[in-house]
Design a protein around this ligand. Structure first.
Ligand code: XMP
Length: 508
């Protein structure tokens, strides 16, 4: 597989570079800037990109580069700090000119060589830097400039070395994708062959090689990650996979049926459906403390899963839906451990099972493309994230059968209306919360004393931060009126208008 490695110098945009390269259908991975040269050589990359970074090359402890990178015979593109570190290593001059550039800047093409080939003579680009290359290393020609950066683009075609001061990976650089394509297809001679189909084929081959003819189990939640991981493994090894779907009774309306229908009836994947509603609710009885609820659910989930796994004697492998962003965020080394807590509700690390992680190299949007290609129904492909502890952490106070039913019905109305308004995919999450208070209302001529429902809808990129969604008033009106009329036990609807931080997305 043709691979382009992105050496990460710590920029907030490093991940984005790998994603943009993948959007050009070339496989790309992020590696630490100080990855040993032998490791880099062993990966046999078609090209190397040096990312930007927050440091100045003159700072103590600024991340440096092993100059052997430039002698690998592999084209290298330095972006922002990556360009500066390249210039410095090869004998050019980097200076603190006092002319920093932040934001949109006009870039002029001086020569169309490789990077700026076929681009307009002037164009807007996104800059974010203080230091500048003032003198390129010998052998480089200057091919682009801005008012404050006379050496904004430099190229040495003979050695296949390129530098650009602005950020081609961000959307504010409209011709950024063309710059990357010029590097990938002209300088590196890559071919755009990394497609969803090739991801599926390569992943299946890797699973077969890892697992061979041994038994594998997979905790299926119904979320897009675990579902896609399960389908990939099923395609690779067939009946040697058994999925375990634990219904803890804290799912949304019709959710269990959808998952079972898709996996058992449509894909014919061996599936154990554990109906554990009663045992979860019994353990949650009388518990109002959020952390206590989470602990109980996590523990109980492990118990159920272990019991079922034991029944499937001889299983050696456990499927996990770990994504590439999890791998990057956890600094690559202990990602599997971190995700085992998150994904399958806190499985113990000392479980005697080896992990199979078919999504380890792909991003969330790529997972969705794979899921669609594998035929997962749309409502599962595009499902908004749903927390492992389910509705329990959206019911403030005690979780009872009656309160679950209220929340489930209200949530169903909200989902239906959000979808009808065409907003489901624009929202990171949209759901209802049931607080532990009641208020007075009047219905017909009767006084009511019932629960309110709180609508929570947020937009977000990654759930680390989130903004409350500006839902249209018409939609809010319909949802409010339907919930109050259709859901017994509710007489008021409120809207949560808090962002994260300082609030969190979930209420508990
Ligand atoms: P918060 O509430 O911390 O949530 O802003 C951030 C994101 O994480 C989801 N979430 C969970 N997901 N198990 C999960 O798999 C959990 O225990 C859990 N708790 C919160 C939440 O829905 C949001 O997308």
């Amino acid at each position: 597989m043709e691979t382009v490695l992105v050496l990460d110098f710590g920029a907030q945009y490093s991940q984005l570079i790998a994603r943009r390269v993948r959007e050009c259908r070339v496989y790309s991975e992020l590696v630490p800037h100080d990855a040993p040269i032998d490791e880099i050589r062993a990966r046999n990359p078609r090209g190397i990109i040096l990312s930007g970074g927050p440091a100045s090359v003159y700072e103590d402890g600024a991340p440096g580069i092993n100059p052997e990178i430039f002698d690998l015979g592999v084209p290298v593109l330095g972006i922002c700090y990556g360009m500066q570190v390249m210039a410095q290593a090869l004998g050019g001059t980097v200076a603190r000119t006092g002319k920093s550039e932040f934001g949109k800047t006009e870039l002029s093409v001086l020569r169309e060589v490789v990077l700026l080939d076929d681009l307009p003579a002037t164009q807007s680009c996104w800059m974010s830097h203080r230091d500048s290359v003032t003198e390129p290393p010998s052998g480089f020609q200057v091919t682009g400039a801005t008012a404050s950066s006379p050496v904004a683009v430099m190229e040495n075609t003979e050695r296949g070395l390129y530098g650009i001061q602005c950020h081609p990976e961000v959307v504010h650089t409209p011709y950024g994708a063309d710059v990357l394509k010029n590097f990938l297809f002209e300088a590196c001679d890559c071919s755009p062959t990394w497609t969803v189909v090739s991801i599926i084929e390569e992943t299946e081959a890797a699973i077969r090689e890892q697992v061979r003819d041994q038994k594998v189990i997979c905790g299926l939640s119904g979320g897009v990650d675990s579902s896609t991981a399960a389908l990939l493994v099923y395609r690779a090894i067939g009946e040697n996979l058994t999925c375990i779907f634990v219904d803890h009774g804290l799912l949304r309306k019709n959710e269990a049926e959808q998952v079972i229908d898709a996996f058992r009836n449509h894909f014919h994947v061996p599936l154990v459906h554990v109906e554990a509603q009663e045992r979860f609710l019994t353990r949650l009885a009388g518990v109002a403390d959020p952390e206590m609820k989470r602990k109980i659910i996590g523990e109980e989930f492990i118990r159920v899963f272990e019991e079922e796994a034991r029944k499937l004697e001889g299983a050696h492998f456990l499927v996990q839906g770990t994504l590439y962003s999890d791998v990057i965020e956890s600094g690559t080394r202990d990602a599997a451990r971190i995700k085992s807590h998150h994904n399958v509700g806190g499985l113990p690390v000392d479980m005697d099972l080896e992990l199979v992680e078919p999504l380890r190299n792909i991003f969330k949007d790529e997972v969705r493309n794979v899921a669609a290609e594998l035929g997962l129904p749309d409502n599962m492909v595009w499902r908004q994230p749903f927390p492992g502890p389910g509705l329990a952490i959206r019911i403030i106070g005690e979780v009872t059968e009656e309160r679950l039913e209220i929340l489930r019905e209200a949530d169903f109305v909200l989902q239906e209306e959000v979808r009808r308004a065409g907003l489901y995919r624009d929202l990171w999450q949209s759901f209802c919360v049931l607080p532990a208070i009641r208020s007075v209302g009047v219905m017909g001529d009767e006084r009511t004393y019932a629960y309110p429902i709180v609508i929570r809808a947020v937009t977000s990129e990654d759930a680390m931060t989130a903004d409350w969604a500006r839902l249209p008033y018409d939609l809010l009106e319909t949802v409010s009126s339907r919930i109050i009329n259709e859901v017994t036990g509710v007489n008021r609807v409120a809207l949560d208008i808090s962002s994260k931080p300082p609030s969190t997305i979930e209420w508990e």
